[in-house]
Design a binder for this molecule. Structure first.
Ligand SMILES: [Zn+2]
Length: 370
């Protein structure tokens, strides 16, 4: 469906909610007014012990939509785990009209190993949705989670971070052309949205295709809790819950909002030589065309290669490990138009970006916190 100007119609998507509060049924049942922490068995170890995903279901006393939040689908991406812990603590059934379903750690074997993939065969749980019974471990796990919890929800948020040795600016990824997704994306309120369908088998792609608008939240780095980003994400969830009527309160507006479409200019800047990387950009993520992003030098300091911004944009991801090979990704730059660049500069002047560096939300190489 399209509007007169050809833009995809995103406003017509309706979530049907019943007049009466309803139980949330998986294998068990969480009654209206009940908050339950469960360990849901999805698989077994070599020893035959259960692999159990920690899940919190907060079923409101009033009827309303069902929202899921998932974390650690990649086992070393921890910021979302802290978001989920806090959500499970913060909300009670008496506060909620509808149901909040929290999968604290979706990929338990990878979480135990503190790595991205399911260990042993390096299966990617986030390429395995909606899952398949009788298939490999990741697809079975995905199917268990999908059937019991995720498929029963109306909208979803899936929390990720950058992979190790890199860091990512706080942003969302969403298929804003799919029904209902732009509403969710705006309500969550990250400034930057990388638009696109998502990889085949990702939870976001599978859920969105199944009519459950779902957004991926990318925040910071692996193996860390970054308090500023976690607080931002909790505000984002509160705004989403307000948007869909689960809680009372205001839907927050981020000040500026930029959807980077797949056709927009964005580029992974890569090293052409091996050497030592020194980040030169910053401290803010906005770089102007021609500005030096980093240098790559040899160990004798005889050769220095300057990597400059090919266009004005936001650095949404940067390398943290300071050694590079030819082809190594150094930074992910997405273009911003002049109006957005000026808005960002105004926010920088007002100090909006300062907290990123000072309070542990830093994502600039070298700004290691906690
Ligand atoms: Zn991830």
């Amino acid at each position: 469906m399209t509007t007169d100007d050809g833009a995809p119609e995103t406003g017509a998507f309706e979530i049907e909610t019943p007049d009466e509060p309803r139980p949330f049924r998986y294998d068990g049942e969480v009654r209206p007014g009940e908050k339950r922490h469960v360990r849901y068995e999805v698989s077994e170890t070599y020893l035959g012990d259960p692999v159990e995903v920690p899940v919190t279901v907060i079923n409101g006393t009033e009827p309303g939509p069902r929202v899921f939040c998932t974390a650690a689908i990649h086992g070393d991406e921890l910021n979302g785990v802290k978001v989920c812990q806090e959500l499970a603590r913060r909300y009670d059934p008496s506060d909620i009209a509808g149901t909040l379903v929290i999968l604290h750690v979706a990929n338990v074997p990878a979480y135990h190993a503190q790595q991205r993939y399911v260990p042993i065969y390096d299966l990617d749980l986030n390429r395995s949705f909606p899952g398949k019974a009788g298939a490999n471990t990741a697809e079975r796990t995905a199917a268990e989670l999908w059937d019991a919890f995720l498929s029963k929800c109306d909208v979803g948020l899936d929390f990720h971070t950058s992979t190790r040795n890199r860091t990512t600016m706080y942003h969302t990824r969403a298929d804003v052309t799919a029904p209902g997704v732009e509403r969710l994306t705006r309500a969550f309120g990250a400034n930057v949205v990388l638009a696109g369908g998502g990889d085949e088998g990702s939870l976001r792609a599978a859920a969105t295709r199944a009519g459950i608008p779902t957004v991926t939240v990318e925040m910071g780095k692996a193996h860390r809790f970054q308090p500023v980003l976690i607080e931002k994400a909790l505000d984002g969830v509160a705004s989403v819950l307000a948007e869909y009527g689960l809680v009372e309160g205001a839907v927050s507006w981020p000040g500026w909002y930029r959807v980077v479409s797949p056709e927009d200019q964005k580029k992974w800047l890569r090293a052409d030589e091996g050497g030592l990387v020194e980040m030169q950009w910053g401290p803010y993520p906005l770089v102007r065309e021609g500005e030096t992003i980093c240098t790559v030098t040899d160990h004798f300091s005889r050769e220095e290669h300057v990597v400059a911004a090919p266009f004005t944009g936001l650095l949404v991801g940067v390398l943290e490990n300071p050694v590079a090979l030819p082809g190594h990704p150094l930074g992910h730059l997405v273009s911003v138009d002049e109006a957005t660049a000026r808005e960002i500069e105004a926010e920088i002047r007002s100090g909006e970006f300062d907290g990123y560096r000072a309070n542990g939300g830093a994502w600039r190489a070298g700004d290691e916190q906690n």
